[in-house]
Design a binder for this molecule. Structure first.
Ligand SMILES: CC(=O)O[C@H](CC(=O)[O-])C[N+](C)(C)C
Length: 297
């Protein structure tokens, strides 16, 4: 393996924020399609959208491309900082394990750095997911309990304190620590493998960066989806319904069988490749720019 430049968690933070914005730009249209399909009226005689392609075609022809980007403001405020923190944690993990300057890290050290990123992001992801999931499930049925994200956060805090806001933190850690480890490990490993003999990883072409990032996104979700299903059920359940994670798992398996752990598969995997390919490309381009502007930082 070739010598790597010094890690800068700060540059990673800024470039990660850019990556997060790219992730959303590429992933939000598929999220819009997913939500429209999930929430279309269930009346038997008339089906508004017959599937993913039909929904995409009808949305673009009626509302233009911008129709696919509706409601992107709120996720942008959450996803860009989340990815900034994720790349910061990853950079910090690598810096902490770097013994000699320029010496490349072993793959298990890269995995551990990714795991650290998952610990860092949980601080904002756990409450963010609790609020997002509560708002998402309320929109599908009857009168709305919460007026919006802020109202939801304030009411959870007033009614039951900070513990309620952070309900689901352990499941968020179980979802994001190993999946972030695998995410960054896959990306770095594929970058190494895809770098032609005699060239540097930093010269990797755009299509190869997109491929490495897209595959990293897919593998991340292969292990993140089962705990994600448990987390969403736990975070949206009435208080006292489940005694803990094992209880949610038992109930889901009993009621729906093992396939319940891969609910939302199509939408998640359709989004994972393009969104994460764009994320890593945005990150790499921003990092190159920062290295040109401030090489010694
Ligand atoms: C589970 C999740 O949020 O995955 C992120 C990528 C995506 O598709 O949103 C990556 N990461 C876990 C590193 C934040």
């Amino acid at each position: 393996m070739e010598e790597k430049p010094r890690e800068s968690p700060f540059k990673n933070f800024v470039a990660g924020g850019v990556g997060g914005a790219c992730l959303l730009l590429a992933g939000h249209p598929l999220d819009t399609i997913k939500v429209r399909l999930q929430t279309q009226p269930k009346a038997a005689q008339y089906v508004l959208y017959t599937g993913t392609y039909d929904c995409l075609r009808k949305t673009v022809s009626k509302e233009g491309i911008l129709g696919l980007y509706k409601g992107m403001g709120a996720p942008l405020a959450g996803v860009a900082p989340m990815m900034a923190i994720s790349f910061f944690g990853f950079g910090l993990g690598k810096q902490l394990q770097q013994t000699a300057s320029g010496k490349p890290l072993m793959y298990h050290q890269i995995f551990l750095s990714g795991c650290l990123a998952g610990v860092f992001t949980t601080v904002i992801v756990a409450p963010g997911e609790r609020i997002k999931c509560l708002l998402q499930v309320q929109s599908s049925g009857g009168r709305s309990k919460y007026a919006g994200p802020l109202d939801c956060a304030v009411r959870l805090y007033k009614e039951q304190g900070i513990r309620s806001v952070y309900k689901g933190t352990v499941l968020t850690l179980i979802r994001d620590v190993p999946s972030s480890g695998l995410y960054f490990l896959t990306y770095e490993y594929l970058k190494d493998v895809l770098t032609p003999e005699g060239q540097s990883v930093s010269q990797l072409s755009t299509p190869r960066i997109l491929l490495a990032g897209g595959v990293a996104g897919i593998l991340n979700w292969v292990i993140a989806l089962p705990p994600d299903v448990l987390k969403s059920n736990f975070q949206t359940a009435a208080d006292g319904k489940y005694r803990g994670l094992a209880d949610v798992l038992r109930a889901l398996l009993r009621e729906e069988g093992p396939k319940a752990l891969y609910k939302g598969f199509n939408a998640v995997f359709l989004r994972a490749f393009p969104a994460n390919a764009a994320c890593f490309l945005g990150f790499e381009v921003a990092l190159k720019g920062l290295n040109l502007l401030a090489p010694s930082w």
